[in-house]
Design a protein. Structure first.
Length: 146
């Protein structure tokens, strides 16, 4: 009877050790999936912000009004996003004037705060760890009003 009792106790200990070994791997995989989802979400939101801003801009009569309305709409969408912050927007159009038929390029640069830190190579060639990952949404549309 004692032998079977010892065998049963050792199996419980084995299960505990297996769990201790496997659990961190499972949690790491879950964190990678969550981080990938955060990055995809950030890219989608920044692309939608660029689209919405450009859509408002191409129907404006002047480039100044177009830029301010595009920036405001992009900022509004990024502020409503989860763990997103706006860095900057880039507003440029082809040709020397705001005329119908030229093309508008609108970019929204933002940061996504991720669950897991990311490793980046800096401009100086060194590596750094950051929690904020840059995302860019870019759209090109034809100007509809002049």
């Amino acid at each position: 009877m004692g032998f079977i009792h010892k065998l049963r106790r050792s199996k419980k200990g084995q299960q505990f050790v297996e769990m201790v070994i496997v659990l961190p791997v499972v949690l790491f995989c879950l964190a990678v999936v969550i981080t990938a989802g955060q990055l995809v979400y950030g890219k989608i939101v920044s692309q939608m912000a660029a689209y919405e801003g450009a859509r408002l801009a191409v129907v404006m009569d002047s480039p100044g009004a177009a830029k301010s309305s595009a920036d405001a709409r992009a900022s509004e969408l990024l502020e409503n996003g989860i763990a997103l912050t706006k860095n900057k927007t880039v507003f440029k159009y082809t040709g020397n004037s705001w005329t119908k038929g030229n093309f508008l390029t609108f970019e929204v640069h933002g940061n996504v705060r991720t669950l897991m830190p990311m490793i980046y190579k800096s401009d100086q060639g060194t590596y750094e760890i950051r929690r904020n990952t840059p995302v860019v949404g870019r759209i090109i549309m034809r100007i509809e009003r002049s």
